[in-house]
Design a protein around this ligand. Structure first.
Ligand SMILES: [Zn+2]
Length: 453
Protein backbone atom coordinates (compact mmCIF):
# COMPACT_ATOMS: atom_id res chain seq x y z
CA UNK A 1 0.00 0.00 0.00
CA UNK A 2 1.51 3.30 -1.11
CA UNK A 3 0.90 6.33 1.10
CA UNK A 4 1.26 9.98 0.18
CA UNK A 5 4.05 11.31 2.32
CA UNK A 6 4.92 15.00 2.59
CA UNK A 7 8.06 16.45 4.14
CA UNK A 8 8.31 20.16 5.05
CA UNK A 9 11.57 21.93 5.88
CA UNK A 10 11.88 25.53 6.90
CA UNK A 11 14.64 27.81 5.76
CA UNK A 12 17.48 26.04 7.56
CA UNK A 13 19.84 28.92 7.20
CA UNK A 14 18.81 32.51 7.19
CA UNK A 15 22.16 34.02 6.32
CA UNK A 16 23.47 31.75 3.61
CA UNK A 17 20.49 31.87 1.30
CA UNK A 18 20.07 28.83 -0.86
CA UNK A 19 21.23 26.29 1.68
CA UNK A 20 17.75 24.95 2.27
CA UNK A 21 17.23 24.35 -1.40
CA UNK A 22 20.49 22.41 -1.28
CA UNK A 23 19.22 20.29 1.60
CA UNK A 24 16.02 19.61 -0.34
CA UNK A 25 17.91 18.77 -3.54
CA UNK A 26 20.13 16.32 -1.67
CA UNK A 27 17.14 14.74 0.04
CA UNK A 28 15.11 14.44 -3.12
CA UNK A 29 17.93 12.75 -4.99
CA UNK A 30 18.72 10.46 -2.05
CA UNK A 31 15.10 9.30 -1.79
CA UNK A 32 14.54 9.04 -5.54
CA UNK A 33 17.72 7.01 -6.01
CA UNK A 34 16.58 4.80 -3.13
CA UNK A 35 13.63 3.80 -5.30
CA UNK A 36 11.00 6.00 -3.67
CA UNK A 37 8.45 7.45 -6.06
CA UNK A 38 8.26 11.26 -6.20
CA UNK A 39 4.75 12.67 -6.59
CA UNK A 40 6.18 15.95 -7.81
CA UNK A 41 9.33 18.00 -8.06
CA UNK A 42 10.45 19.43 -4.73
CA UNK A 43 8.53 22.60 -3.88
CA UNK A 44 10.25 25.86 -3.08
CA UNK A 45 7.58 27.83 -1.24
CA UNK A 46 8.22 31.51 -0.70
CA UNK A 47 6.29 32.91 2.25
CA UNK A 48 5.49 36.45 3.41
CA UNK A 49 8.62 38.42 2.41
CA UNK A 50 7.86 41.08 5.02
CA UNK A 51 8.49 38.93 8.11
CA UNK A 52 11.24 40.90 9.89
CA UNK A 53 13.19 37.99 11.40
CA UNK A 54 13.43 36.23 8.05
CA UNK A 55 15.62 37.08 5.10
CA UNK A 56 13.82 38.67 2.17
CA UNK A 57 13.72 35.23 0.57
CA UNK A 58 11.66 33.66 3.36
CA UNK A 59 11.57 30.24 1.75
CA UNK A 60 10.52 26.82 2.90
CA UNK A 61 10.74 23.53 1.04
CA UNK A 62 8.58 20.48 0.78
CA UNK A 63 9.02 17.05 -0.76
CA UNK A 64 6.22 14.77 -1.85
CA UNK A 65 6.58 11.02 -2.25
CA UNK A 66 4.49 7.88 -2.47
CA UNK A 67 5.91 5.47 0.09
CA UNK A 68 5.10 2.00 1.41
CA UNK A 69 3.71 2.29 4.90
CA UNK A 70 6.41 0.03 6.36
CA UNK A 71 9.18 2.15 4.86
CA UNK A 72 8.07 5.43 6.46
CA UNK A 73 10.38 4.97 9.45
CA UNK A 74 13.40 4.49 7.26
CA UNK A 75 12.54 7.57 5.14
CA UNK A 76 12.12 9.76 8.22
CA UNK A 77 15.52 8.67 9.48
CA UNK A 78 17.17 9.59 6.16
CA UNK A 79 15.45 12.99 6.14
CA UNK A 80 16.44 13.97 9.67
CA UNK A 81 20.03 12.81 9.15
CA UNK A 82 20.42 14.88 5.98
CA UNK A 83 18.80 17.99 7.47
CA UNK A 84 21.09 17.78 10.48
CA UNK A 85 24.16 17.21 8.33
CA UNK A 86 23.46 20.19 6.03
CA UNK A 87 22.39 22.71 8.66
CA UNK A 88 24.73 25.05 10.42
CA UNK A 89 23.23 25.09 13.90
CA UNK A 90 25.83 27.56 15.11
CA UNK A 91 24.13 30.32 13.09
CA UNK A 92 22.13 32.28 15.60
CA UNK A 93 19.12 32.84 13.39
CA UNK A 94 18.89 29.19 12.36
CA UNK A 95 15.94 27.32 13.83
CA UNK A 96 15.40 24.41 11.47
CA UNK A 97 12.17 22.49 11.66
CA UNK A 98 10.99 19.40 9.83
CA UNK A 99 7.37 18.34 9.44
CA UNK A 100 6.14 14.92 8.28
CA UNK A 101 2.60 14.57 7.02
CA UNK A 102 1.00 11.31 5.94
CA UNK A 103 -1.86 11.74 3.51
CA UNK A 104 -3.07 14.86 1.78
CA UNK A 105 -3.09 18.27 3.51
CA UNK A 106 -6.43 19.22 5.08
CA UNK A 107 -8.28 22.40 4.21
CA UNK A 108 -7.33 23.80 7.60
CA UNK A 109 -3.64 23.31 6.82
CA UNK A 110 -4.03 24.76 3.35
CA UNK A 111 -5.73 27.81 4.81
CA UNK A 112 -2.85 28.20 7.29
CA UNK A 113 -0.37 28.05 4.39
CA UNK A 114 -2.32 30.65 2.45
CA UNK A 115 -2.16 33.05 5.40
CA UNK A 116 1.59 32.42 5.80
CA UNK A 117 2.00 34.13 2.43
CA UNK A 118 0.86 37.50 3.67
CA UNK A 119 0.59 37.50 7.46
CA UNK A 120 2.59 36.90 10.62
CA UNK A 121 1.62 33.58 12.15
CA UNK A 122 2.42 32.28 15.60
CA UNK A 123 4.32 29.13 16.47
CA UNK A 124 1.47 28.40 18.87
CA UNK A 125 -1.07 28.21 16.08
CA UNK A 126 1.32 26.12 13.98
CA UNK A 127 1.64 23.65 16.86
CA UNK A 128 -2.15 23.39 17.21
CA UNK A 129 -2.63 22.72 13.52
CA UNK A 130 0.22 20.21 13.40
CA UNK A 131 -1.33 18.40 16.35
CA UNK A 132 -4.86 18.45 14.95
CA UNK A 133 -3.71 17.22 11.55
CA UNK A 134 -1.38 14.54 12.98
CA UNK A 135 1.70 16.10 11.43
CA UNK A 136 4.91 14.96 13.08
CA UNK A 137 7.13 17.85 14.15
CA UNK A 138 10.91 17.79 14.63
CA UNK A 139 12.64 20.88 15.93
CA UNK A 140 16.41 20.92 15.78
CA UNK A 141 16.83 24.03 17.92
CA UNK A 142 14.22 26.76 18.45
CA UNK A 143 10.62 26.49 17.32
CA UNK A 144 10.33 29.42 14.92
CA UNK A 145 10.95 27.29 11.84
CA UNK A 146 7.75 25.37 12.48
CA UNK A 147 5.55 27.95 10.75
CA UNK A 148 7.48 27.70 7.48
CA UNK A 149 7.91 23.92 7.56
CA UNK A 150 4.21 23.39 8.11
CA UNK A 151 3.17 26.05 5.60
CA UNK A 152 5.33 24.49 2.87
CA UNK A 153 3.57 21.15 3.26
CA UNK A 154 0.14 22.73 2.83
CA UNK A 155 1.11 25.09 0.01
CA UNK A 156 -1.32 25.52 -2.82
CA UNK A 157 -0.01 25.95 -6.33
CA UNK A 158 -3.47 25.56 -7.84
CA UNK A 159 -3.71 29.15 -8.99
CA UNK A 160 -0.25 29.61 -10.45
CA UNK A 161 3.29 28.30 -10.17
CA UNK A 162 6.63 28.42 -11.94
CA UNK A 163 9.84 26.38 -11.95
CA UNK A 164 13.46 27.07 -11.10
CA UNK A 165 16.47 25.00 -12.04
CA UNK A 166 19.32 25.44 -9.58
CA UNK A 167 22.93 24.40 -10.01
CA UNK A 168 25.19 23.98 -6.98
CA UNK A 169 28.92 24.57 -6.69
CA UNK A 170 31.56 22.15 -5.54
CA UNK A 171 32.84 22.83 -2.04
CA UNK A 172 36.22 24.26 -3.08
CA UNK A 173 34.58 26.93 -5.26
CA UNK A 174 32.12 28.26 -2.70
CA UNK A 175 33.04 31.85 -1.98
CA UNK A 176 34.96 32.35 -5.26
CA UNK A 177 33.73 34.33 -8.26
CA UNK A 178 31.09 32.43 -10.23
CA UNK A 179 32.49 31.40 -13.62
CA UNK A 180 29.42 31.73 -15.79
CA UNK A 181 29.93 33.29 -19.22
CA UNK A 182 27.84 36.47 -19.27
CA UNK A 183 27.43 36.51 -23.04
CA UNK A 184 25.93 33.05 -22.87
CA UNK A 185 23.44 34.31 -20.27
CA UNK A 186 22.45 37.16 -22.63
CA UNK A 187 21.97 34.72 -25.51
CA UNK A 188 19.98 32.35 -23.36
CA UNK A 189 17.80 35.24 -22.22
CA UNK A 190 16.97 36.12 -25.84
CA UNK A 191 16.39 32.51 -26.91
CA UNK A 192 14.16 31.66 -23.97
CA UNK A 193 12.21 34.88 -23.59
CA UNK A 194 8.65 34.07 -22.58
CA UNK A 195 9.70 30.63 -21.32
CA UNK A 196 12.06 31.97 -18.63
CA UNK A 197 12.01 35.24 -16.67
CA UNK A 198 14.23 37.64 -14.77
CA UNK A 199 17.50 36.37 -16.23
CA UNK A 200 18.78 39.91 -16.71
CA UNK A 201 17.81 43.40 -15.71
CA UNK A 202 16.93 45.17 -18.98
CA UNK A 203 17.99 48.67 -17.91
CA UNK A 204 21.36 47.80 -16.39
CA UNK A 205 22.05 44.50 -18.21
CA UNK A 206 22.88 43.07 -14.83
CA UNK A 207 22.78 39.26 -14.71
CA UNK A 208 20.15 38.15 -12.21
CA UNK A 209 20.52 34.36 -12.37
CA UNK A 210 23.64 34.27 -10.16
CA UNK A 211 23.32 35.08 -6.47
CA UNK A 212 26.13 36.89 -4.70
CA UNK A 213 28.13 35.79 -1.74
CA UNK A 214 29.32 32.51 -0.31
CA UNK A 215 26.28 30.30 -0.73
CA UNK A 216 26.38 26.98 -2.62
CA UNK A 217 24.03 28.10 -5.40
CA UNK A 218 25.93 28.73 -8.63
CA UNK A 219 22.85 29.94 -10.48
CA UNK A 220 19.12 29.55 -10.82
CA UNK A 221 16.98 29.99 -13.94
CA UNK A 222 13.30 30.69 -13.39
CA UNK A 223 10.79 29.68 -16.00
CA UNK A 224 7.43 28.32 -16.99
CA UNK A 225 8.08 24.58 -17.22
CA UNK A 226 10.78 22.03 -16.38
CA UNK A 227 11.93 21.31 -19.90
CA UNK A 228 12.37 25.01 -20.75
CA UNK A 229 14.57 25.68 -17.73
CA UNK A 230 16.65 22.57 -18.49
CA UNK A 231 17.13 23.65 -22.09
CA UNK A 232 17.95 27.22 -21.01
CA UNK A 233 20.48 25.86 -18.55
CA UNK A 234 22.15 23.75 -21.25
CA UNK A 235 22.59 26.93 -23.28
CA UNK A 236 24.98 28.42 -20.73
CA UNK A 237 28.75 28.28 -20.82
CA UNK A 238 29.90 27.41 -17.34
CA UNK A 239 33.58 27.22 -16.55
CA UNK A 240 33.49 25.45 -13.21
CA UNK A 241 32.39 22.02 -12.04
CA UNK A 242 28.79 21.57 -10.95
CA UNK A 243 28.07 19.58 -7.83
CA UNK A 244 24.40 18.89 -8.64
CA UNK A 245 21.33 20.36 -10.31
CA UNK A 246 17.72 20.26 -9.24
CA UNK A 247 14.39 21.58 -10.49
CA UNK A 248 11.94 23.11 -8.03
CA UNK A 249 8.29 23.84 -8.49
CA UNK A 250 7.68 27.19 -6.85
CA UNK A 251 5.36 30.12 -6.28
CA UNK A 252 8.10 32.56 -7.33
CA UNK A 253 6.98 35.11 -9.89
CA UNK A 254 3.28 34.63 -9.10
CA UNK A 255 2.42 37.54 -6.75
CA UNK A 256 1.12 34.90 -4.32
CA UNK A 257 1.82 37.21 -1.36
CA UNK A 258 -0.32 39.97 -2.88
CA UNK A 259 -3.63 38.16 -2.80
CA UNK A 260 -5.08 39.72 0.34
CA UNK A 261 -7.10 42.91 -0.05
CA UNK A 262 -7.26 44.79 3.23
CA UNK A 263 -8.99 47.86 4.61
CA UNK A 264 -6.62 50.44 6.01
CA UNK A 265 -7.97 50.16 9.57
CA UNK A 266 -7.14 46.43 9.65
CA UNK A 267 -3.47 46.82 8.68
CA UNK A 268 -0.89 45.32 11.04
CA UNK A 269 2.90 45.53 10.94
CA UNK A 270 4.73 43.13 8.58
CA UNK A 271 1.70 42.00 6.65
CA UNK A 272 1.77 41.95 2.87
CA UNK A 273 -1.28 43.87 1.77
CA UNK A 274 -3.24 45.15 -1.18
CA UNK A 275 -5.14 48.38 -0.57
CA UNK A 276 -7.49 50.27 -2.83
CA UNK A 277 -7.98 53.95 -2.13
CA UNK A 278 -7.67 57.54 -3.26
CA UNK A 279 -4.67 59.77 -3.02
CA UNK A 280 -5.16 62.25 -0.16
CA UNK A 281 -2.59 64.94 -0.85
CA UNK A 282 0.36 65.81 -3.06
CA UNK A 283 3.30 63.39 -2.86
CA UNK A 284 6.52 64.51 -1.25
CA UNK A 285 10.15 63.50 -1.62
CA UNK A 286 12.02 62.54 1.54
CA UNK A 287 15.69 62.00 2.32
CA UNK A 288 17.18 59.34 0.08
CA UNK A 289 14.94 60.38 -2.81
CA UNK A 290 12.02 58.16 -1.79
CA UNK A 291 8.51 59.38 -2.59
CA UNK A 292 5.80 59.35 0.08
CA UNK A 293 2.11 59.68 -0.77
CA UNK A 294 -0.89 59.29 1.48
CA UNK A 295 -3.98 57.35 0.48
CA UNK A 296 -7.31 56.82 2.18
CA UNK A 297 -10.23 54.45 2.00
CA UNK A 298 -13.49 54.65 3.96
CA UNK A 299 -11.76 53.26 7.08
CA UNK A 300 -8.66 55.41 7.39
CA UNK A 301 -5.50 56.62 5.72
CA UNK A 302 -1.92 55.43 5.41
CA UNK A 303 1.39 56.66 4.00
CA UNK A 304 2.80 54.75 1.05
CA UNK A 305 6.53 54.79 0.31
CA UNK A 306 7.92 54.32 -3.18
CA UNK A 307 11.63 53.74 -2.78
CA UNK A 308 14.24 55.13 -5.11
CA UNK A 309 15.07 51.62 -6.38
CA UNK A 310 11.50 51.04 -7.58
CA UNK A 311 12.08 53.02 -10.78
CA UNK A 312 8.84 53.64 -12.66
CA UNK A 313 6.82 53.05 -9.46
CA UNK A 314 8.58 56.00 -7.84
CA UNK A 315 8.36 58.15 -10.98
CA UNK A 316 4.63 57.54 -11.21
CA UNK A 317 4.08 58.06 -7.47
CA UNK A 318 5.75 61.46 -7.72
CA UNK A 319 3.14 62.56 -10.28
CA UNK A 320 0.09 61.48 -8.28
CA UNK A 321 -2.50 64.09 -7.38
CA UNK A 322 -5.26 64.20 -4.76
CA UNK A 323 -8.25 62.23 -6.00
CA UNK A 324 -6.32 59.78 -8.15
CA UNK A 325 -7.47 56.19 -7.56
CA UNK A 326 -4.88 53.52 -6.88
CA UNK A 327 -4.48 49.94 -5.77
CA UNK A 328 -1.15 49.63 -3.98
CA UNK A 329 0.52 46.39 -2.92
CA UNK A 330 3.41 45.85 -0.57
CA UNK A 331 4.69 45.30 2.93
CA UNK A 332 3.42 47.11 6.02
CA UNK A 333 6.18 48.67 8.12
CA UNK A 334 5.78 50.15 11.58
CA UNK A 335 7.12 53.67 12.07
CA UNK A 336 8.08 55.42 15.27
CA UNK A 337 4.97 56.83 17.01
CA UNK A 338 2.91 53.82 15.95
CA UNK A 339 2.25 54.97 12.41
CA UNK A 340 2.29 52.43 9.59
CA UNK A 341 3.72 52.77 6.11
CA UNK A 342 3.11 50.60 3.08
CA UNK A 343 6.30 50.00 1.10
CA UNK A 344 5.04 49.91 -2.45
CA UNK A 345 5.94 46.82 -4.49
CA UNK A 346 3.30 47.37 -7.15
CA UNK A 347 1.26 50.40 -8.09
CA UNK A 348 -1.92 50.03 -10.07
CA UNK A 349 -3.17 53.46 -11.10
CA UNK A 350 -6.84 53.04 -11.94
CA UNK A 351 -8.05 56.62 -12.35
CA UNK A 352 -6.22 59.84 -13.13
CA UNK A 353 -8.30 62.88 -12.19
CA UNK A 354 -8.27 66.17 -14.05
CA UNK A 355 -6.33 68.77 -12.10
CA UNK A 356 -6.79 72.48 -12.62
CA UNK A 357 -4.48 75.37 -12.06
CA UNK A 358 -5.91 78.87 -11.40
CA UNK A 359 -4.38 81.49 -13.65
CA UNK A 360 -4.56 85.26 -13.64
CA UNK A 361 -7.22 86.53 -16.10
CA UNK A 362 -6.60 88.52 -19.27
CA UNK A 363 -7.73 92.13 -19.32
CA UNK A 364 -11.28 92.57 -20.62
CA UNK A 365 -10.28 95.90 -22.29
CA UNK A 366 -7.02 95.21 -24.03
CA UNK A 367 -6.47 91.46 -23.68
CA UNK A 368 -3.18 91.77 -21.80
CA UNK A 369 -2.32 89.46 -18.91
CA UNK A 370 -3.30 90.93 -15.53
CA UNK A 371 -1.20 90.89 -12.39
CA UNK A 372 -2.35 90.15 -8.88
CA UNK A 373 -2.56 93.09 -6.52
CA UNK A 374 -1.60 90.88 -3.58
CA UNK A 375 -2.76 87.96 -1.59
CA UNK A 376 -6.57 87.78 -1.54
CA UNK A 377 -6.76 90.91 -3.73
CA UNK A 378 -8.08 91.38 -7.26
CA UNK A 379 -6.13 91.87 -10.50
CA UNK A 380 -4.86 94.86 -12.41
CA UNK A 381 -3.97 95.14 -16.10
CA UNK A 382 -0.31 96.03 -16.56
CA UNK A 383 -1.04 98.16 -19.62
CA UNK A 384 -4.38 99.96 -19.20
CA UNK A 385 -4.58 99.59 -15.43
CA UNK A 386 -8.12 98.18 -15.60
CA UNK A 387 -9.11 96.25 -12.49
CA UNK A 388 -10.72 92.81 -12.25
CA UNK A 389 -12.12 91.05 -9.18
CA UNK A 390 -10.45 88.01 -7.54
CA UNK A 391 -13.23 85.79 -8.88
CA UNK A 392 -12.12 86.43 -12.45
CA UNK A 393 -9.31 83.85 -12.16
CA UNK A 394 -9.47 81.21 -14.87
CA UNK A 395 -9.25 77.48 -14.37
CA UNK A 396 -6.70 75.86 -16.65
CA UNK A 397 -6.69 72.09 -17.13
CA UNK A 398 -3.27 70.77 -16.21
CA UNK A 399 -1.45 68.25 -18.35
CA UNK A 400 -1.17 65.00 -16.34
CA UNK A 401 2.06 63.19 -17.12
CA UNK A 402 0.87 59.79 -15.92
CA UNK A 403 -1.53 57.23 -17.32
CA UNK A 404 -3.75 54.53 -15.92
CA UNK A 405 -1.79 51.27 -15.70
CA UNK A 406 0.18 48.86 -13.55
CA UNK A 407 3.66 49.97 -12.51
CA UNK A 408 6.31 47.51 -11.29
CA UNK A 409 9.88 47.98 -10.09
CA UNK A 410 12.63 46.89 -12.52
CA UNK A 411 13.50 43.16 -12.30
CA UNK A 412 16.66 43.90 -10.29
CA UNK A 413 14.44 45.21 -7.48
CA UNK A 414 11.93 42.36 -7.63
CA UNK A 415 11.24 40.10 -4.73
CA UNK A 416 11.15 36.36 -5.38
CA UNK A 417 7.36 36.42 -5.38
CA UNK A 418 6.92 39.47 -7.63
CA UNK A 419 5.08 38.55 -10.80
CA UNK A 420 7.15 40.02 -13.63
CA UNK A 421 5.42 41.93 -16.41
CA UNK A 422 6.57 39.22 -18.83
CA UNK A 423 4.27 36.73 -17.04
CA UNK A 424 1.20 38.93 -17.49
CA UNK A 425 -1.79 36.79 -18.24
CA UNK A 426 0.08 33.55 -17.51
CA UNK A 427 -1.26 31.20 -14.87
CA UNK A 428 -0.21 27.62 -14.41
CA UNK A 429 -2.81 25.55 -12.63
CA UNK A 430 -2.92 22.26 -10.67
CA UNK A 431 -0.89 21.47 -7.59
CA UNK A 432 0.46 18.04 -8.31
CA UNK A 433 1.72 16.81 -11.62
CA UNK A 434 -0.82 14.28 -12.78
CA UNK A 435 1.55 12.36 -14.97
CA UNK A 436 4.43 10.41 -13.45
CA UNK A 437 5.89 10.06 -16.91
CA UNK A 438 6.19 13.84 -17.09
CA UNK A 439 8.21 13.97 -13.88
CA UNK A 440 10.35 10.96 -14.82
CA UNK A 441 11.12 12.33 -18.24
CA UNK A 442 12.31 15.66 -16.87
CA UNK A 443 14.30 14.01 -14.10
CA UNK A 444 15.99 11.93 -16.76
CA UNK A 445 17.06 14.96 -18.77
CA UNK A 446 18.18 16.54 -15.50
CA UNK A 447 20.35 13.49 -14.84
CA UNK A 448 21.98 13.86 -18.24
CA UNK A 449 23.50 17.22 -17.24
CA UNK A 450 27.15 16.54 -16.57
CA UNK A 451 28.06 16.69 -12.92
CA UNK A 452 31.52 16.89 -11.41
CA UNK A 453 32.47 13.57 -9.85
ZN1 LIG B 1 -5.89 96.24 -20.17
Amino acid sequence: MLTEFHIGIDDTDSRLAGCTTYTAALLFQELASGGFKPLDFPWLVRLNPNVPWKTRGNGALSLHFAIEEEQLGEVKKVVLAIVERTTDLTQRATDPAVVFLKGRATNRLREFSARALHDILSVREARQIAKGDHAEVHLLKGSRGLVGALASVGADFDHDHTFEIMAYRTRENIGLTRRVNLDSVRQMDILFRGLTFNNMDPETSRVLICPHGPDPVLLGIRGEDPSSVIRAFNQLEIDEPIERVMIFKTNQGTDAHLSCHRRIETLRPYQSAVITGSVSDSPRIVRGGHVIFRIHDETGSVDCAAYRATGSVRETALQLAPGDCVTVSGGIRPQPLGELTLNVEKLDLTRVVDTVRLENPSCSNCGNRCESMGKGQGFRCRKCKARLPRTSRVEMLEHRKIRVGVYLPPPRAHRHLTKPASRDGIRRLTSFETSNAYIDQNLESLASISIAS
